[in-house]
Write a protein that binds this ligand. Structure first.
Ligand SMILES: [Fe+2]
Length: 329
């Protein structure tokens, strides 16, 4: 697929000259004479790079750039702002609008090509990363779909774990990891046969052993993705217990990464409050009662459980942040 470049300029002669040169270099080019058309082209032509004039009648280049960077579908599309003015203020406003680079008029075509190619290389990397994430999320969803009782669980879990994390003061990058982990935490179940995963009765010791491998398998599947660095410990440790009786590593108390403990509590609560083959969904209070007993038994972090109970009863924003253990690594 040829690389696509969108040229946005109100001057027809400037657009045509640039388009001719870029086509000669093998790019697929489209153009727009104003901001509204440019934004529509972003949706239909899906450019890999936008060359954007600042001074245009109607919507300015800054505004177009801001909108491109605000839309989830185009936020990673590089934008080069082209200006007739070499004004410092213009550049600052351009940076604030999210522009990736600047070129001054009259355009030096060799410089334009060099800058465009470097931005396009960067875009290729981010596209690859995004594709890898999309593949992992699709795999996680298809695993979830194998079990009719867990449908929708991942999305609920991602949201609830992030809310609980926010309540106990987890930093933003770890909240992001919690949202991702909510979706992919059980991805290792890809290695668990249906006969075990969907078995309605109790599992045999051999079956339990296979089931208990899913956190480690999941960690291995996601390990190559650098953006999942903070997600990996959550995947690996989402079945540990506070008293060391969990798996795969039998970690205790503060050894368990806080984010893994958060995801696990949300996971347990969501499982108790949804229908299962062997019982109907419990009410929030009945689920909390069971989890209170499990906390007393030593399975869950007390401060974290109290924060969850408070969140379920009163909503996420009512409690003061708890300090339930060491901050996530
Ligand atoms: Fe799991």
């Amino acid at each position: 697929m040829p690389t696509r470049i969108l040229i946005v300029d109100d001057e027809l002669a400037a657009r045509t000259a640039l388009a001719t040169l870029l086509r000669r270099e093998g790019f697929e080019v489209s153009d727009a004479s104003d901001g509204a058309t440019a934004l529509a082209q972003c949706a239909s032509f899906v450019p890999d790079l936008v060359l954007l004039d600042i001074l245009m009648p109607g919507m300015s280049g800054f505004e177009v750039c801001r909108r491109i960077k605000a839309a989830p579908a185009t936020r990673l599309t590089p934008v080069v702002l082209i200006t007739g003015l070499s004004d410092r203020e213009d550049r600052i406003e351009g940076i604030n609008a999210g522009a990736d680079d600047f070129l001054s008029k009259p355009i030096d075509f060799t410089e334009l090509l060099a800058r465009a190619r470097s931005l396009l290389r960067l875009k290729e990397f981010t596209d690859d990363l995004e594709h890898a994430e999309v593949v992992l999320f699709s795999l996680a969803h298809s695993i979830e779909a194998r079990d009719p009782y867990t449908r929708g669980h991942c999305e609920r879990l991602a949201a609830m774990a992030a809310r609980l994390g926010e309540k106990v003061g987890v930093p933003e990058e770890h909240l992001k990891a919690l949202r991702r982990a909510g979706i992919v935490h059980d991805i290792g179940k890809v290695a668990v046969p249906d006969a075990i995963l969907l078995k309605p009765g109790p599992l045999s010791p051999e079956e339990i052993e296979i089931m208990h491998k899913h956190p480690v398998v999941g960690e291995r599947i996601c390990a190559p993705l650098r953006t999942f660095r903070l997600v990996l410990p959550i995947i690996r440790h989402h079945h540990e217990r506070h008293d060391g009786s969990g798996y795969p590593d039998g970690l205790r108390g503060g050894e368990i990464p806080l984010t893994a403990a958060i995801l696990q509590l949300a996971d347990v609560y969501d499982s108790l409050t949804t229908d299962r083959p062997y019982r109907t969904a419990l009410s929030p209070e009945s689920a909390l009662k069971i989890m209170e007993e499990e906390t007393a038994r030593g399975w869950w972090n007390r401060a974290l459980f109290d924060a969850l109970r408070d969140m379920i009863r009163h909503g996420p924003s009512t409690a003061t942040p708890a300090k339930p253990g060491k901050p996530p690594k």
